[in-house]
Design a protein around this ligand. Structure first.
Ligand code: GLU
Length: 560
């Protein structure tokens, strides 16, 4: 068959040559060893946690090697396209500080492209794919298939039918193969007739592989693999000219000079197709990192793939729950590199972006997601923030998710910041909370609107003791006392009421006392904060000021 002629028949409007396109995508001018990576999501309306996991790898590898990280929008599946989805995706990446150098971006709310290797949206690259498809057809490596979508679906169903009806698998596979091979048989006249009728067609690869034969392949994460050759005439271009993932991946990553493809391990089974396609197109294959699936433990303790409906599957979940973007990054790095936590302990204040990321330390198989660990990381990260950072982040979060609390924070920022600085700084900062939605519970009592007595003083303490302690305290509280003088007064007060002024005295002779100084402090704490646990009481009282401390204690006594 005259393949050249066939290609002209199928692509009469394609006049550009592969050489002309290649000339528009020159080698990137980058230092030796620089990695070029890309995040290539489909615009489904949200960023998946698994996507962010890959993007962190993209980011770290490119930026730590002086390379380039770009964003490509893979919108070839028209059925999945949602309006505003690209914008939402970019906003999420931006919010999470997932800074990339090239690709689709938002400028004042308008979608723009940045970089010389675009277009970065696959739906705008149809003309490019057609040129490569035409070339493959002209070389006899691809062919038109006029089988309708439905007929093809039916063909695909053969495997399933075999499974259900228990047909011998070999027979079913042979049937399918026969049908596929039959599709390869056509004459130029038949093609002309189809085209004259306006029949839709797809372009399929003409697979030359023998699945019995294996090719050696090294995945940067999984290590040495044996990959069977591909014998399936898979689709390159759909009838509307839109490429399949496989074809677009090969053409785009070649032209855009991607050096490392980081993608989910669910793409591993497609590797035979990609190896063949790169060979047919004469492209050098990039390096591949197939990342482990994110798993969770279900109610029965079994490990399961995290699903779209699970809390934590979408990045917006973390925003809503009030996790700092830094927390999410540090958690992802904890999952991605087995030595991250150790590094963090040794370098408590170094920005996480400076962590020396290593491909060798990446998880090879299923990586377990769990909220307990995330919360742990959250507390460790948030405790190292300044009060101002905590205030700003909490306020930003509350403006969206808890507007009343936002108003409270804004009403007295100085007090809020002072409250948030208690126990901060120093070698062992307090780890009271890790999420912005926990801040109200932690320090809301500073605001009269949120002050509420939620904890009870245990009944074993006689009411007269509590009343006496609180009443006397009003008389001795002096705002100018330093912390020692302040506590000495509480100790003295305890002694006066028959409570041990030191806990250790009480421990030695518990029968001699009604309780100890800690109990007296607890009376005060509950009266002033409404809660049995709170930040340091000396600081709390100092920030609230005498009037408020006294009025809360008085009100508490009145309600007793
Ligand atoms: N659009 C593909 C996906 O969302 C990208 C896979 C890849 O990174 O190559 O799965």
């Amino acid at each position: 068959m005259d393949y050249k002629y066939l290609s002209e028949l199928l692509f009469p409007n394609v006049t550009e040559t592969v050489e002309e396109i290649e000339a528009k995508y020159p080698p990137r001018n980058l230092p030796e060893g620089a990695k070029v990576t890309r995040f290539a999501p489909s615009p489904t309306g949200f960023v998946h946690f698994g996507g962010m996991y890959q993007a962190v790898v993209d980011y770290m590898l490119a930026h730590q090697s002086g390379g380039v990280f770009f964003l490509r929008i893979e919108d070839t599946d028209g059925k999945r396209e949602i309006t505003g989805a690209v914008e939402a995706l970019i906003n999420t990446l931006k919010y999470y500080g997932m800074d990339y150098d090239e690709g689709m971006m938002l400028e004042n709310g308008v979608l723009v492209e940045k970089g010389d290797y675009g277009p970065y949206k696959q739906s705008e690259r149809a003309g490019i794919y057609a040129v490569y498809a035409k070339k493959l057809v002209s070389e006899g490596k691809a062919y038109p298939c006029f089988t309708t979508e439905e007929e093809y679906e039916a063909l695909q169903q053969v495997d399933k039918k075999a499974e259900i009806k228990n047909i011998d698998w070999h027979t079913a596979a042979a049937e399918k193969r026969a049908a596929m091979l039959a599709g390869r048989e056509f004459t130029i006249e038949e093609v002309k007739e189809h085209l004259a009728n306006g029949d839709p067609f797809v372009i399929r690869i003409l697979a030359d592989g023998d699945p019995e034969k294996k090719t050696k392949f090294t995945d940067q994460v999984k290590g040495a693999l044996e990959v069977p050759e591909n014998d399936e005439d898979f689709v390159l271009l759909k009838s509307d000219g839109i490429p399949t993932y496989h074809f677009a991946h090969a053409v785009d990553d070649h032209l855009m000079k991607t050096t490392h493809v980081i993608r989910g391990e669910d793409w591993l089974p497609s590797l035979p197709k990609h190896i063949q396609l790169f060979r047919y197109l004469g492209f050098k294959m990039p390096k591949y990192l197939h990342t482990a699936q994110i798993l969770k433990t279900d109610e029965n303790g079994n490990k399961k793939k995290i699903s779209k409906r699970d809390m934590g599957a979408k990045m917006d979940d973390y925003t809503m729950l009030g996790y700092s973007t830094n927390v999410v990054w540090e958690y992802l790095l904890t999952l991605l590199n087995s030595n991250f936590e150790e590094w963090r302990m040794q370098n408590p204040t170094t920005p996480f972006r400076e962590f020396p990321f290593s491909i060798k330390k990446m998880a090879v198989a299923g990586c377990l997601f769990d909220f307990d660990k995330l919360n742990d990381v959250a507390k460790n990260v948030v405790c190292r923030m300044t009060a101002d950072e905590v205030y700003d982040n909490t306020l930003a979060w509350a403006k969206v998710y808890d507007p009343d609390f936002a108003k409270a924070l804004e009403s007295t920022p100085e007090m809020a910041k002072a409250a948030l600085s208690i126990g901060r700084g120093g070698a062992k900062p307090r780890k009271d909370f890790g999420r912005w939605d926990e801040v109200k519970g932690y320090m809301g009592f500073f605001f009269d609107d949120y002050y509420k007595v939620v904890d009870e003083i245990p009944e074993r303490f006689p009411k007269e003791d509590v009343r006496a302690a609180l009443t006397k305290y009003i008389g001795i509280y002096d705002e100018s006392d330093d912390q020692t003088a302040w506590f000495d007064k509480i100790k003295a007060l305890a002694g006066e009421l028959g409570y041990a002024p030191e806990t250790k005295l009480w421990k030695k002779e518990p029968d001699r006392y009604k309780g100890h100084v800690g109990d007296v402090s607890m009376f005060l704490r509950i009266a002033v904060t409404g809660k049995a646990s709170s930040p340091d009481m000396y600081e709390v009282m100092r920030i609230l000021g005498r009037d408020k401390v006294v009025s809360r204690i008085k009100a508490y006594i009145d309600r007793m």
